[in-house]
Design a protein around this ligand. Structure first.
Ligand SMILES: [Cu+2]
Length: 505
């Protein structure tokens, strides 16, 4: 955390109250869960069951029972270092070890005995505010729990719906911003319509000190959070958590329900699935009257929705926040892969998504795997042999390929051949190969006016990338461009890019 602007006095008081409130009823004797507080006879009479908790994108199964129960929920808080993006790590604060927190499913009318356990390795106290709770702070005041301690409280799930839960320990936006949120479903007494697949997806943004893609362990940047300028907006806690072999799946003819929540801490999502129409949306996740035939649904921070649709044709369907720079530049992009026979009446079968996204996701994740492999090989080489220049260049090119497939390919095409009359080729470009300094300058500062590549003149505009890419990313992407599709060239160093970025004339 870099800067913590002081909150207003009223807010400060609230934070203090939340922070210093002792564990509920600490004066009522030993921490023996049974008999601590006498439960009303009608609660004691309920059958007891243990809640099944699942990690995203999985959802616990629907209820078969038709009666209310006393449901025991054990949720463990853990502070863990995990991957936020390729090469980027982050210390997440979690409910259950990953972001979003475990999915909790109860039935309308159930009485929930909630245990919040804060792992001894945690550095901070935490608590939980469940939006499904009717009671002060949604449980926050009763669950303030120091590391190595456990709190308990009981509530009745009065309203059916899909609810967000989150940490409410000061500074609250930081606890949420580090990943402390999840969903609790209070299934209506009459149940929900059966579907073939239920999935759990949650959006949240991360305010890292480094820019998008900057490698290494990143920490929370309070100034960026206050300005609501997150470098990352992601689904299920990481860039790529739902792409490639981690995509959601379904078969043609099946029905899918997605429980979609937004942890925030700040941004509202415009949730959309490219190539699908939501047959039903339960607006704001009230789970009573659905809207029908919806394209995009607005999900507030600290809110949720449930969407249902039947998949009619095979292909890859892309989940996005339709505030699209979040999807294409900050990570809020997932996939649903549908397999099965084509239906040429509904859809002719031409896969448009494959060109504008498939390349990024499939090639990109392949390339990330290859990068990890090369990192391992470099470590090996260093042990036995100092001649590692070749491998370093190869690794830079693999990283650069990921940048290329996320950005440049849209114009210069995945094969580097460009589009006649619109975008010049990079593959075999005499213009490119003649001058590396000039190429670095073009990527940083852009280019407009006539340019002749391999005898053909184009007069168009290439947008500058200096605000979008880091020096490392530019060095990597050009190393890739200079060594892909038959091109031959040296690795481009970060210091050369930096020098040109900083030149003043
Ligand atoms: Cu917390």
């Amino acid at each position: 955390m870099k800067i913590l602007r002081s909150p207003t006095p009223a807010l400060a008081l609230l934070f203090m109250l939340v922070s210093i409130a002792p564990p509920a009823r600490a004066d009522e004797g030993p921490q023996d869960a049974k008999g601590l507080v006498a439960l009303p006879a009608e609660v004691e009479a309920l059958p007891v069951e243990q809640a099944i908790l699942t990690s995203a994108p999985n959802v616990p199964p629907p209820f078969k029972r038709k009666y209310s129960a006393r449901v025991i929920v054990n949720l463990e808080v853990r502070e863990v270092v995990k991957k936020l993006a390729d090469g980027v790590e982050y210390t997440f604060w979690t409910y259950g070890g990953s972001v979003p927190g475990k999915f909790i499913r109860v039935r309308e009318g159930d009485v929930i005995e909630f245990h919040l356990n804060n792992h001894p390795s945690s550095k901070l106290p935490h608590n939980i505010d469940l939006h499904a709770v009717t009671g002060p702070g949604g449980g926050a005041a009763s669950t303030f729990t120091a590391p190595g301690h456990s709190s308990q409280f009981t509530f009745q799930a009065l309203n059916p719906g899909l609810f967000v839960y989150h940490c409410a320990t000061a500074p609250v936006p930081m606890h949420i911003g580090n990943g402390m949120y999840g969903l609790i479903l209070v299934e209506p007494k009459e149940g929900l319509p059966p579907v073939d697949h239920e999935y759990y997806v949650m959006q949240g943004e991360f305010y890292t000190t480094g820019r998008y893609g900057e490698e290494g362990l990143q920490s929370f940047d309070m100034a960026k959070a206050i300005d609501e300028r997150p470098p990352y907006v992601v689904f299920n806690g990481a860039v790529g958590s739902l792409v490639g072999d981690k995509a959601l799946t379904a078969k043609v003819g099946e029905t899918v329900r997605i429980y979609f929540g937004v942890g925030g801490p700040n941004l509202t999502s415009s949730f959309h699935v490219i190539g699908e129409i939501f047959d039903k949306v339960y607006p704001e996740a009230g789970l009573s009257l659905p809207n029908r035939n919806v394209q995009t649904t607005l999900v507030p921070s600290g809110g949720a929705t449930a969407v249902e649709f039947k998949v009619d044709v095979p292909g890859t369907f892309i989940l996005v926040d339709h505030s699209l720079t979040r999807a294409f530049n900050k990570g809020a992009l997932g996939m649903l892969k549908v397999s099965g026979p084509e239906n040429r009446v509904i859809y002719s079968g031409k896969e448009i998504d494959a060109v504008y996204l498939g390349a990024q996701a499939e090639e990109g994740s392949e390339s990330a795997k290859r990068e990890a492999e090369l990192k391992g090989r470099i470590a090996e080489e260093i042990k036995s042999n100092p001649a590692i220049a070749g491998l370093t260049k190869e690794m830079q090119a693999e990283k650069g390929k990921q940048v290329f497939m996320g950005l440049c390919f849209a114009c210069h095409q995945p094969d580097g051949k460009g589009l006649p009359g619109a975008f010049p080729p990079l593959a075999g470009s005499d213009f490119l190969l003649a001058d590396q300094e000039r190429a670095i300058r073009i990527v940083l500062k852009g280019l407009n006016g006539p340019v002749t590549v391999n005898g053909t003149t184009i007069n168009s505009v290439m947008p500058p990338q200096e605000a979008v890419l880091t020096d490392t990313q530019i060095a990597d992407v050009l190393t890739y461009v200079y060594n892909a599709w038959g091109n031959k060239g040296d690795a481009i160093s970060i210091s050369r890019v930096r020098a040109i970025r900083n030149e003043t004339h």
